[in-house]
Ligand binder design. Sequence first.
Ligand SMILES: [Fe+2]
Length: 325
Amino acid sequence: MKGAPPSRLKQLLVSIAPLLCVFFLKPTFVEIAPDESDEVPLIILEPSVCSALDNGAVTLEGKIAANELDLAMGKYGFARVSYPKPDSLSHLLTAAESFFSSPQEFRDQYTFGDYGNDKGGYTSVGVESVNPKSGVKDHVQNYVFRDDLQFDHHAPTLASPGVAYFKEMSSLTKCLNSLSSVALDLPLDHFNDVTFPSLPDDKNGLALRITNYEPVSGIRYGEHTDYQMFTILYTGEEEGLQVKLPNGEFSDVTFGDGFVVNAGDFWAGITKGRWRSVTHRVKGGGARITVPFFTGPRGSWKVNVDGEEVTAGEWLNRRLTKSNE
Ligand SMILES: [Fe+2]
């Protein structure tokens, strides 16, 4: 049975209700819920795409990957990148476990200066503070290779897989740089010219780090953004890395099947904010080794920071020096 037809007054009230709300009701503030659709982006990067880019060819798959990279770096500042892990990685991890569990005096032989020095090497627990404002030292020890041409002084067990892995990551860097050039509509070699030197006395902007986190609770590695271009991180299978999503919340990101790639401060500057330099940190847990590979401009590349023109090498050294304070 149908109800009685609404009266003319009721019909009128219904039709003008929105206007009454606008003119007579006080505004109400609704809390916006976090964006539940935030998911860590995944980019499938086939080695064939990288081989083609090496030969100056941008395939359809290459264009798709470049577009996905642009979207991921623009919205999140990071992505999971599915790409084959080199055999040298497992050798490096095995050597690293052995090195970090060796006597402290043995490890200290390979300390060549403060964290960030030109020769790389070992930095013990209690030295680094990636977020100096926190006044807290990070619960971490690490070993760094700064330049692929200078490996002779390093711990021999680490140097052999380290050289191999450095080369593999240099190739992946070239591929990601080329994809970035495609994404940003620049000549294909543009960002590889930024990263890789053409003169022998210049330095590339690459560094391989093996990071060994202490088994502690709380935050083990402070909140920060990375200094340079891409960080290509092997996270292992265990949780630890937390990245800040666009909704402001930290989210666990682990990707044992490939790499987590994030954009650093240079990308945010170079793209004038089109890409985000993502804030991240490492939470507490069991003992854990991760392997970040840092990419960035070659040492002589000129950058403008707050109106001051400096070389990328000088600027990086300033940031690294602060992390020892
Ligand atoms: Fe970082």
